[in-house]
Unconditional design. Sequence first.
Length: 661
Amino acid sequence: MTVHAVLGPTNTGKTHRAIARMLLHRSGMFGLPLRLLAREVYDRVAARVGSEAVALVTGEEKRVPARPRYWICTVEAMPVDRAVDFVAVDEVQLGAHRERGHVFTDRILRARGERETMLLGSDAVAPLLAELVPTAAFQAHPRLSRLSWSGHRRLTAVPPRSAVVSFSVADVYALAERLKARHGGTAVVIGALSPRTRNAQVAMYQAGEVPVMVATDAIGMGLNLDLDHVALASVRRFDGGAVRPLDPLEIGQIAGRAGRFRRDGTFGTTAGVGSLDPDVVEAVEHQAFPAIRRLQWRNPDLDLSSARALKASLGAPAPRSFLRVARDMEDERALDALVARPGVGALTDSAEGVRLLWEVCQVPDFRKTLFDDHVALLAEVLGFLAGPEGCLPEDVVARRVERLDRTGDDIETLMARIAAIRTWTYLSWRSGWIRRATWWQGRTREIEDHLSDALHERLTERFVDRRAVVLVGAAPAEARLGPGGVVKAGGHALGRLEGLRFLAEPDIVGARSAWRAVRRAVEPVVRERVIRLAAAPDDDLATDAEARILWDGARVALLVPGATALEPRVRLLGNDLLSPEASALVRARLEAWVRAEVDALLAPLRADPAGELGAAGRGVLFQVGEGLGIVPREAVVTVRDLGRRDRERLAALGIRLGALY
């Protein structure tokens, strides 16, 4: 049996090599650091060998066919007592993680394939691996692409194909809101998402429907994303004990997601963070990090004879100086809290009771609410399991599970329900804890799918302008003019055309990227309208009582004073979608129509009466012209001097002499 330590930075193809190596063996097991990543690798392996040959095992999700050859697991859920030819453990440097590290250290020490074992991770863990596994053969792999520092920039200046990373859900949401205003939309990836929701969000990003994503460090654990740039919006995180700065290895793990295969990538920070220390930048660019000095460890041989013995064995000293005993773990705190509860003490009188107590303590707190609430749930579960029935009552399970199958709520509520259903999925997979376990496993997965789909919809509604998506995606939708002048693209209303004026939906104007995309989409529609107007017959144009020029019943321009009363000018109604050339074309057409209208309506007043009208007739003609065709009779003093010939000639020109006008 050989052990290979395959170490190197991100984007070296370690996971790909391990999968390929596993499939050369008759059977294998792959332990991965995240449920999301386990699901991704499961899909890849199942596509190669068929789902009937692959099992997926995580804390709260198990897909185990009748005779699986390959087991894809989270590191915590690896069934290490199962004999397989090949075993791989990914991201072994997480043995230094405060909360999860002891599990990774245990796998480094104990998880072995009968023929081959691969330990994958960062070079930083190499010295400690050499101490723990002296027979390991070390393989170093260089990064396939270059990673370069690009400095710090404003959040709104982050380029497309970027991931902006922060470490709290509240910060992720705030960043996503700002990026939506700038880019029209963003995908959101956080560790609390179910695989189904995460995959839907990533698929939206990968398809180019949104130009950026906002994420927690969940993207730093080998998830394959098409990223050109990673921007750190924070360099501090809460590690379960305190808020602390990121170490260079953590920054390198996250920044290393930029670039894929042989395409180079860049990393930087947002303006609020400022520049990184030059030594850190150099370490990340060269993927050369200080060696890890300590790994977390927990005694694998627990004494379950009594609660006191269990506590003592949990605190047993580590066998090596660089192994640090894991303390203040969630399950150990749950043990202390449960033992202090009335009625639980009786369980600690037997090894069987202590074993059950410890198994209940290890139920993960997926909800991450108040610890007392988690302990209360564990106490209830323990009470039923230790009771006469020895399992959770069907009516209790049904009541707790079915009330979670509600999707008409906000993001935070849906995420809380997904966390709660994960707890019940986990419980359903514990042997003998729930009757009809297989049925409840299917039911909880069904509810999680419902909630996940609803969560994806809520995230998209909140952080993506769907109209911007159809306009700036990989295949932008064409804008079309519909009934009533409504302009739509991809089924989404963008606004309305009134003549040549585009009146956008109010919420579009506030989102700069969406507005730019809408402008680009609508400009061809406006251009086509300009061409139609330039060729429109005179009968399609008219004026109203407020001196506005109408085309197809819509206002397109105003008549404003010109050099003389009979030579008005045309002012186009505001439309910044018209190019200078289009504006000139429209103005020329409307001015030609105005001249024709003036000629047609007031032609008699433009006639040269020389030799045909006398002085009195010419005076009448002048004053009627000044009045634009109508003048009070009493104001025209020359009417009294009109002779018969002038009257006949004025009548021939179409001028009527009424009693008052």
